[in-house]
Design a protein around this ligand. Structure first.
Ligand code: FPP
Length: 239
């Protein structure tokens, strides 16, 4: 009989830096946007695989604050893609028990995207099988900066004693308040960097970098990553 894995062998929260759409497109002599469209299929596969494995939170780095600097055509294409995905997948999310959430500066997004997002967030808020968190117009430094501004305002108003600021206090001002920190960070397409992604929250996360380009990353790749995680010895600074 197969030995049952202890619960900790499955990360509760997986965060993914989905990288390599552009390189995938180049490799196939296609425009960059085709790479993002192909990446959409991987998102679907990975969401399904996460649920199959019993992952409870999945955060996807879909658009960074830095990504606004890309050519207008690409930004518009990505926004259109995002809007389409949310609209087309809303029923499926309901059926599957997925709760959609976002982290990042939602106010930067085009109104049409925001409306679609707000509707999906509202309609899925009671779902409990998987929290699918999209990082949109997200940047970790801007997140921490905004948190410090809010914290500073509370101190100035006399509502918060600086001596009483704890790690939990800071965490409660971040976009991720109320969510557990990621246990596992996956980055596709081989780059060895964290790119301003959840810098506070990944303090103790295990990191996994695969050379596979995001549009080629499927269920099997996700399972392989989880198998690697299960073999890690997480000590959180202890022995
Ligand atoms: C990084 O590849 C990927 C992005 C900036 C966008 C990710 C978007 C998707 C996967 C589309 C669908 C997403 C959702 C959540 C519905 P890159 O363009 O930086 O690749 P490169 O480094 O090879 O140029």
């Amino acid at each position: 009989m197969a030995k049952e894995k202890p619960a900790s062998a499955i990360p509760q929260h997986v965060a993914i830096i989905m990288d390599g759409n552009g390189r995938w497109a180049q490799k196939h002599h296609l425009p960059r946007l085709s790479g993002h469209e192909a990446g959409r299929k991987s998102v679907k596969q990975v969401v399904q695989a996460a649920m199959d494995h019993g992952v409870r939170y999945l955060t996807l780095y879909a658009f960074s604050v830095e990504n606004w600097q890309r050519p207008r055509e690409e930004v518009q294409g990505l926004m259109g893609l995002l809007r389409g995905v949310i609209r087309e997948e809303l029923r499926e999310m309901g059926k599957e028990g997925i709760r959609l959430r976002t982290i990042g500066r939602q106010q930067d997004l085009p109104e049409a995207v925001r409306e679609e997002l707000e509707r999906a967030i509202e309609e899925t808020k009671a779902n409990t099988r998987l929290d699918l968190i999209l990082a949109l117009s997200y940047g970790s430094r801007v997140e921490i900066t905004e948190a410090m501004q809010a914290l500073g305002r509370e101190v100035k108003a006399g509502k918060l004693d600086p001596e009483k600021i704890r790690e939990e206090t800071i965490a409660s001002y971040l976009y991720t308040h109320g969510m557990p920190d990621p246990d596992f960070l996956i980055r596709t397409s081989g780059e060895m960097r964290v790119s301003n992604f959840m810098l506070w929250q990944i303090s103790y996360a295990e990191i996994y970098v695969t050379p596979v380009l995001w549009p080629d990353f499927g269920k099997k790749d996700f399972s392989d990553a989880l198998a690697d995680y299960a073999g890690r010895d997480r000590r959180f600074g202890g022995v």
